[in-house]
Design a protein around this ligand. Structure first.
Ligand code: FES
Length: 168
C-alpha cells in the first residue's frame, strides 16, 4: 500500500522525462532509434514500462518498440550497475590476455553464472570489440575511464579502489 504512495511520483517524473525526450524528436515514429538512445542515456537501460509508454505515445504497437530495442545490440533491456566495466576483447587485447581479465573480474565480482550485473547493482561486466586503444592492450574501460596494459592484478586493484571509495 505504502509502495504505491512512493512509486506514483517516481513514475510521474519518469514519464515526464520521456515526454520531454519524445517532444524533442517531434513525437515522430521515424525517430524511434534516437528516441530510445536518449531514453537509455537517461536511465542507463530501457525499462519495460517506459518502452510501453513510448509505444503508446507514438501510437505504435509495443512489439515494434521491443523489436527495435532487441535488434540493436547497444540497447540494454536490464538495469546496469553503477560501474560498467568493459573488457576489450578485440584481437589485440585478446592475444594479450583479455580473457584472463574477464575471468579475474567474474571471480572477484562473484558474478553468478550467466549474470553480468552484481546483485548489489554496483558492477556490470561486459566485453566489447576494439576500443580503438590497441597500443594499450589489453584495455579495460570503467564507465568513461580507459585503463591500459592491464594485468589480472591491476584489474583487481581497480575494483578494490572502487569498493574502498564506496565504503565497502
Ligand atoms: S583490440 Fe582492444 S583496444 Fe583495440
Amino acid at each position: 500500500m505504502c509502495s504505491n504512495v512512493v512509486e506514483a511520483p517516481q513514475s510521474a517524473r519518469q514519464f515526464a522525462k520521456v515526454l520531454q525526450i519524445l517532444a524533442s524528436f517531434g513525437n515522430e515514429e521515424a525517430k524511434l532509434v534516437p528516441i530510445l538512445q536518449a531514453v537509455q542515456e537517461e536511465y542507463r537501460y530501457l525499462p519495460e514500462e517506459v518502452m510501453t509508454f513510448v509505444a503508446t505515445a507514438l501510437g505504435v504497437p509495443p512489439a515494434r518498440v521491443y523489436g527495435v530495442a532487441t535488434f540493436y545490440g547497444h540497447f540494454a533491456l536490464e538495469p546496469k550497475g553503477k560501474y560498467v566495466v568493459r573488457v576489450c576483447d578485440g584481437t589485440a587485447c585478446h592475444v594479450k590476455g583479455s580473457q584472463n581479465l574477464v575471468e579475474t573480474l567474474r571471480d572477484i565480482l562473484k558474478l553468478p553464472e550467466g549474470k553480468k550485473t552484481t546483485p548489489d547493482m554496483l558492477f556490470t561486466l561486459e566485453t566489447v570489440s576494439c576500443l580503438g586503444a590497441c597500443g594499450l592492450a589489453p584495455a579495460v574501460v570503467i564507465n568513461e575511464d580507459v585503463h591500459g596494459l592491464m594485468t589480472p592484478e591491476s584489474t583487481a586493484a581497480l575494483i578494490e579502489d572502487i569498493r574502498r571509495e564506496e565504503g565497502l
